[in-house]
Design a protein around this ligand. Structure first.
Ligand SMILES: NC(=O)C1=CN([C@@H]2O[C@H](COP(=O)(O)OP(=O)(O)OC[C@H]3O[C@@H](n4cnc5c(N)ncnc54)[C@H](OP(=O)(O)O)[C@@H]3O)[C@@H](O)[C@H]2O)C=CC1
Ligand SMILES: CC[C@](O)(C(C)=O)C(=O)O
Ligand SMILES: [Mg+2]
Ligand SMILES: [Mg+2]
Length: 337
């Protein structure tokens, strides 16, 4: 299946420059979108609750900050970049009462639309501009004159112009410099959840922790196990990132490559693949979304317990000690104003 990819020349920046945009939330994605929209000549206002810790930061960076309801009332394009679990109540309380015919509701991830947690009225455009990278990278790339590729989708085209407007927004945050891929809310949501659960976050973290456990339980030094199972992963992933798995295999020794080819499929075997299919099934059926919403509504008891267990894993203590010996590694996440 071929995908449609759009670049700067396919997008008309004037469309979004002719609208007033409210960016609701000023976290990882929100700060990147708001600052880059402003620098692209768009009239932008940030919406944050009165007690939000990000209010002073957004104001220091020269942005006008209102409450979410005030920002939604002023704007005709409303981009929701609050946490996924906060969006349903935020929409009901602050955004729905301020939506009028002809306005556009934008998202950075399709979760709340895909799982019917938010049901916008029929007379507004509903679209998504989802950068395929963390917000701090989105902003840094924009400032450097480059961009992070993004996914663009339209769920509801009330105006008949929703896709062009979404492409225009993507251009304003640097997305079409790298390429904007047309998708659907369903595809973006399901693949994003699957990727972060099975491979990028869940799969990778469990693989690293388990490898570390096997080595240390067999009596090897935790420091050596840390280097082998976590630290060097970045070097290997960087090679894959630059030139695919083939580039990584070209760069490592023949011994490593033979071990990779002969042993890798024993680690990630048919049972693991079957479990991945199960995880995808839970995403597709809505089971994961229902579980996560219920967990959030219950005050996140399991989330807190699992987070604490993860933080107490011996690999964290070893890592902290080793990273303090490598001044270039333990960098805080910084924002580019
Ligand atoms: N993190 C990422 O790089 C990516 C995120 N996304 C999507 O982007 C969206 C935002 O995620 P992310 O940037 O990680 O979120 P963050 O947690 O980094 O930031 C959320 C922001 O929303 C604010 N906020 C919290 N509650 C409310 C509320 N009720 N009303 C208004 N604002 C509120 C927070 O305020 P305060 O500052 O006070 O905490 C914060 O500024 C999500 O849909 C996510 O799935 C998509 C691609 C990548
Ligand atoms: C991989 C995690 C992510 O999906 C992302 C940065 O794209 C997220 O939800 O944060
Ligand atoms: Mg993602
Ligand atoms: Mg995600």
């Amino acid at each position: 299946m071929t995908v449609e990819v759009y670049y700067d020349d396919d997008a008309d920046l004037g469309l979004i420059q002719g609208r007033k945009v409210a960016v609701i939330g000023y976290g990882s994605q929100g700060h990147a979108h708001a600052l880059s929209l402003r620098d692209s000549g768009v009239d932008v206002v940030v919406g944050l609750p009165v007690g939000s810790k990000s209010r002073p930061k957004a104001e220091e960076q020269g942005l006008r900050v209102l409450t979410p309801a005030e920002a939604a009332a002023e704007a005709d394009v409303i981009m929701i970049l609050a946490p996924d679990t906060a969006q349903r109540a935020l929409y009901a309380e602050a955004i729905a009462p301020n939506l009028a015919s002809g306005k556009a509701l934008f998202f950075g991830h399709g979760f709340n639309i895909r799982y019917d947690l938010i049901k916008p009225p029929a007379d507004v455009d509903v679209a998504m501009v989802a950068p395929k990278g963390p917000g701090h990278l989105v902003r840094r790339q924009y400032v450097d004159g480059k961009g992070v590729p993004c996914l663009v989708a339209v769920e509801q085209d009330a105006s008949g112009n929703a896709f062009a407007l979404a492409l225009s927004y993507a251009k304003a945050i640097g997305g079409t410099r790298a390429g904007a891929i047309k998708t659907t809310f369903k595809e973006e949501t399901e693949t994003d959840l699957f990727g972060e659960q099975a491979v990028l976050c869940g799969g990778a973290a469990a693989l690293v922790q388990t490898g570390f456990e096997v080595l240390t339980e067999a009596g090897y030094a935790p420091e050596v196990a840390y280097f082998e199972c976590l630290h060097e992963l970045k070097l290997i992933v960087d090679l894959m990132y630059e030139g695919g798995i083939a580039r990584m295999r070209y760069s490592v020794s023949d011994t490593a490559e033979y071990g990779d080819l002969s042993r890798g499929p024993r680690v990630i075997d048919a049972r693991v693949k079957e479990e991945m299919r199960k995880i995808l099934g839970e995403i597709q059926s809505g089971e994961f979304a229902r579980e996560w919403v219920a967990e959030d509504e219950a005050g996140r008891p399991n989330f807190a317990k699992w987070r604490a267990e993860g933080a107490a894993h011996p690999i964290e203590e070893t890592g902290q000690k080793l990273r303090s010996m490598m001044s270039w590694v333990d960098r805080p996440i910084t924002e580019t104003a």
